[in-house]
Design a protein around this ligand. Structure first.
Ligand code: FES
Length: 562
């Protein structure tokens, strides 16, 4: 019965007497100074994900003010409430470990509190996926607002920004190409403002994909965090949130697999983060849609990559914003998209894509003159990746996309840390670095350690890239010939787990294959001697995570949340 009630009368606390529940609720909210007239209006929730531990969300307080202006001007009451927030560098053991917890928090708070719609404000890598997962499961109207990218800094006259340049300068420091003073000085310049990483990392990718999915206002993804435009986007989002509350425009009801196909095609066209694939899989799972890795490869194999941003290209998010942002990207790839899908605006995607922004710029290329010809993310299969592995080939070294080399195996993060820089390590530039046991459960949370550092002795002689393989993830800001998300993870993957130093590995990206080249008897012999990892399920959230987390090709969601 309460589900038919609106505003303050929705989702009543259960005292066995509805009138008393409303009476009590109104008494308490009046403590904040609201009048009876105001309390008759629709209520729009706003998630407050500000935290001093999350500089990527450093503008949330200001954005909330603008969202509130939009909501109040449209005749509804804005009520902000806190949820978990996650920053990449401040989350132990990994931010991915906490993504599902944030999605549960978001879902349950949306469900528990009386709101007719909600504005979800996120930005840093895991927050937007968590909010979309929670929002879709909650089954109420919602709209996504992102905090927006940071601006770039300058180091010795060179433009820099988190976090492709973080990794590039760190690699140069490891190779002793720059000194201690330089690395300390560049550290001051990499994050010159609040906001999300300014390259095509996971945060930028997810902002763009959210717009492509149709869950954000048009042009909502790219405006810098500290720009006045970001505040206007927040105000417009507030206005839009009241409309979706009035029309009961629920994403769970209008999103379908075609919206997700659009997002996957856009992921390929922007040269987006490999994490985007994991997150889209998890988000789609919340409305019962399965993203099949083979189908993803087929769907995107011929999609040209047209956005020239680091790490695959040269630009930064502020350049993409100035170039026309997502509407211009979608216009360039419109022939590949499903244009008749519904969006949060109440309009179909095709109605939002127009040719009004054709000024001269060099960040968004055309499909006939792309940055990377096609298929920026490729899905590989083979005996070491029976369920899939992926590579961002647009950010890899072309000469390594077909490669045979001898394995140098690290059993986990500790082993890697202990031996990678040892002068005794038997490695050369043709070796294939294998890092095991960094999958969903073993690390836990698939740490972004797939960018295995080039061994110091090779870095010092100028080796910049090698084939590297793991069951973990990589930051979207990173580049190299990196094979990730080997699935299933080491413990459940017989052949990946039995690779030894010196074994021959063959990578053939064109034919989408990755294999261990040793004979069948030897494989069977090693598997018969293999012992199974005994995971320690501690207590609380760790126990929940270890008991229910699924593999990379299932979005690393919990089995009971899909
Ligand atoms: Fe927050 Fe990169 S660390 S977006």
């Amino acid at each position: 019965m309460t589900s038919k009630l609106k505003g303050m009368k929705k989702n009543l606390t259960n005292y066995g007497d509805q009138e008393f529940s409303i009476f009590l609720r109104k008494a308490f909210i009046k403590g904040l100074g609201y009048s009876d007239d105001m309390l008759e209006k629709p209520i729009i929730g706003i998630t407050n994900t500000y935290s001093d531990f999350n500089p990527c969300h450093g503008n949330v307080t200001e954005l909330i003010k603008s969202v509130k202006s939009g909501i109040l001007s449209s005749g509804a009451i804005p009520l902000e409430f806190p949820t978990i927030t996650i920053h990449e560098s401040f989350a132990h053991p990994t931010s991915m470990y906490l993504r599902n917890l944030m999605s549960i928090d978001t879902e349950e708070m949306l469900r528990a509190q009386p709101m007719d719609a909600c504005v979800l404000i996120g930005g840093c890598d895991k927050t937007v996926p968590a909010q979309l997962m929670g929002g879709l499961s909650s089954n109420i109207p919602f709209i996504q607002l992102v905090t927006g990218p940071m601006l770039t800094g300058s180091f010795k006259g060179e433009r820099v920004g988190a976090c492709t340049d973080c990794r590039r300068f760190w690699a140069a420091y490891r190779a002793e190409e720059i000194n201690e003073e330089d690395i300390n000085n560049v550290n001051n310049q990499l994050v010159p403002t609040v906001g999300t990483c300014g390259v095509m990392g996971t945060a930028s990718t997810m902002a763009i994909l959210t717009e492509a999915l149709g869950l954000m206002i048009p042009s909502g993804a790219c405006a810098p965090a500290v720009s006045s435009e970001r505040r206007r986007i927040a105000e417009k989002t507030g206005v839009e949130s009241v409309k979706i509350a009035q029309s009961k425009h629920i994403p769970r009801e209008y999103l379908n697999i075609k919206n997700f196909e659009n997002a996957l095609i856009t992921l390929s066209a922007i040269g987006g983060s490999t994490n985007g694939l994991v997150h889209l899989t998890a988000i789609a799972g919340r409305i019962g849609q399965k993203i099949d890795m083979k189908k993803f490869d087929e769907l995107t194999r011929d999609i040209p990559m047209i956005v020239d941003l680091k790490p695959s290209g040269i630009g930064y998010m502020e350049d993409l914003y100035n170039a026309g942002g997502v509407p211009r990207i979608l216009y360039e790839i419109k022939d590949y998209l499903n244009l008749d899908v519904m969006t949060v605006t109440g309009k179909k995607l095709g109605e939002l894509i127009n040719n009004n922004n054709k000024w001269k710029q060099n960040i968004i290329k055309t499909k006939d003159n792309p940055i990377f010809e096609k298929g920026s993310i490729a899905v590989l299969f083979g005996n070491i990746a029976p369920r899939s592995a992926i590579i961002k080939q647009s950010a890899a070294s072309e000469d390594l996309l077909y490669h045979e080399g001898k394995a140098v195996v690290f059993k986990g993060l500790e082993d890697l840390a202990n031996r990678i820089d040892s002068e005794e390590l038997d490695v050369d530039k043709n070796s294939v670095l294998i890092l095991q046991n960094i999958g969903p459960r073993t690390a836990p949370g698939m740490p972004e350690a797939g960018l295995i550092p080039i061994p110091k002795k090779l870095a010092k002689v100028g080796v910049k890239d090698m084939v590297r393989i793991s069951d973990g993830r990589m930051s979207g800001t990173a580049s190299g010939t990196i094979i990730l998300h080997v699935c299933p993870e080491t413990d459940e993957n017989d052949i990946f787990s039995i690779i030894k130093d010196g074994d021959l590995i063959k990578l053939d990206v064109k034919n989408r294959s990755i294999n261990l080249l040793i004979d069948k008897d030897e494989i069977e012999n090693r598997i018969s001697k293999k012992s199974k990892t005994q995971f320690t399920k501690r207590r609380g959230y760790n126990k929940l995570f270890m008991s229910h987390v699924m593999q990379a090709d299932e979005g690393v969601d919990f089995d009971f949340l899909i």
